[in-house]
Design a protein around this ligand. Structure first.
Ligand SMILES: [Zn+2]
Ligand SMILES: [Zn+2]
Length: 139
């Protein structure tokens, strides 16, 4: 049984992750704002080898703030991005958490790219660590 499953809005592009997330975060970056059309995106970072994708996808490549490409795999029919692969972080795949089949267990432990957060956004609830830019596992 995979640890997590999810997919695009129309259901044709599906994924499974056979590992627990390394971290989950609220991302306030401009790309997340632009791509979702809203103020932030909740993401789960998972080990890349644990991810399997099923169905047709298209890839949109943008330049991340590392200067390296970031690959967004999305459904050509409904446009939902289901998997994000930053070249600068080759061991990680980012899953937009809203595409998970079950989000009930998910509790983002940090907020990243807070420098780009919309001024009115203040999320209540549990304490989350806040980072101006990317959270870096290397410290
Ligand atoms: Zn779709
Ligand atoms: Zn982001």
């Amino acid at each position: 049984m995979p640890h997590m499953t999810g997919g695009c809005h129309c259901g044709k592009l599906r994924y499974a992750v056979n590992a627990d997330p390394i971290f989950s975060a609220v991302c306030h970056c401009k790309s997340c704002q632009k791509q979702t059309g809203t103020a932030f995106r909740v993401v789960a970072a998972v080990p890349r080898p644990a991810v399997s994708v099923e169905g047709l996808s298209k890839t949109y490549t943008r330049t991340g703030d590392s200067g390296e490409p970031v690959l967004n795999r999305f459904c050509p029919d409904c446009g939902s991005t289901v998997v994000i692969e930053p070249t600068a972080l080759p061991t990680l795949t980012i899953v937009p958490a809203g595409t998970l089949d079950d989000t009930s267990w998910l509790k983002p432990s940090m907020e990243i790219y807070c420098d780009d957060a919309q001024s009115w956004v203040w999320l209540g609830g549990d304490e989350r660590r806040r980072f101006a830019k990317m959270h870096d596992e290397r410290g």
